[in-house]
Design a protein around this ligand. Structure first.
Ligand SMILES: NC(=O)c1ccc[n+]([C@@H]2O[C@H](COP(=O)([O-])OP(=O)(O)OC[C@H]3O[C@@H](n4cnc5c(N)ncnc54)[C@H](OP(=O)(O)O)[C@@H]3O)[C@@H](O)[C@H]2O)c1
Length: 238
């Protein structure tokens, strides 16, 4: 029997995929949401070869409000009720405050911050509060300190931290917990071409294990915030 239904944005690759695999292994049914239909299908097929859970996929460009509305209408028509929504979709574009174009700023804010705000606002009625109910937001250590290789990305992640703190306060009366998970450097496509070995990074599975643990605690408990870094520090620390 299923442990409940969880929607994961960015579930087709990287950290979102690591979370999806870990939650599927714990018996949760999963909705994977991302842009690329190919990536979604590949990840769905991979998970289904290992785990006997239900998986649906939604192709949606989170930078477009109308696509978020379409995704919401689809889930409503299907009668989906989620015990958790995990916001993992995100983009990274290198660039600093004074040298980047306004287009880089807009693109980064749209996917990394605005989409999380709008998605949560729309999907709130589809959260099942009859049992433990949790919104998980994947932030970053870039939202805890200066981030010199991508300060605009850092601004979006600081915004996400502020969003999580306020959302947690707003939703606690409804019995919905909000967890902010801040990964440090994690080996995903974002680090393509890195000279460092994979062992120097956090693994996507580590974040999956952490999210699974947060969802396993008793219904009256929430992990406000958790930071998971490479033992030797984030890569930009060197
Ligand atoms: N990797 C790190 O070191 C690190 C560290 C701290 C925090 N994070 C955060 O972790 C999250 C996941 O990053 P990652 O490293 O796993 O990146 P990734 O491997 O590049 O995966 C990004 C995921 O987000 C989806 N996505 C991107 N833009 C989208 C859009 N406009 N609409 C819908 N889906 C979109 C991608 O879908 P497609 O397959 O369709 O492109 C993919 O599933 C991000 O929020 C990132 O900021 C990463």
């Amino acid at each position: 029997m299923s442990n409940g239904l969880i929607l994961i944005t960015g579930g087709s690759r990287g950290i979102g995929k690591g979370i999806a695999e870990e939650l599927a292994s714990a018996g949760y049914d999963i909705i994977l949401l991302a842009k690329s239909k190919n990536n979604l299908k590949k990840t769905k097929d991979q998970i289904l070869t290992k785990h006997k859970v239900k998986i649906d996929t939604i192709s949606c460009d989170l930078s477009d409000s109308r696509e978020i509305e379409k995704a919401f209408n689809y889930c409503k028509r299907q009668g989906y009720k989620f015990m958790s929504i995990v916001h993992s979709a995100g983009i990274f574009i290198e660039g600093c405050n004074l040298s980047s174009s306004i287009d880089v700023y807009d693109a980064m804010m749209n996917v990394n911050l605005r989409a999380v705000y709008y998605f949560t606002k729309l999907f709130r009625p589809l959260l099942d509060t009859s049992k433990k109910c949790t919104i998980v937001i994947i932030g970053s250590t870039a939202g805890l300190e200066p981030y010199t290789i991508g300060s605009i990305y850092g601004i979006a992640k600081w915004g996400l931290k502020g969003y999580a703190i306020n959302l947690r306060q707003e939703l606690l009366k409804d019995g919905i917990g909000v967890v902010l998970v801040n990964p440090g450097s994690t080996i995903t496509d974002l680090w393509e071409g890195t000279a460092h070995p994979a062992s120097r990074f956090v693994q996507p599975k580590d974040i999956g294990i952490m999210v699974r643990a947060c969802l396993s605690l008793s219904a009256g408990v929430v992990v406000d915030e958790v930071t998971v870094r490479p033992l030797l520090g984030d890569i930009h620390d060197e």
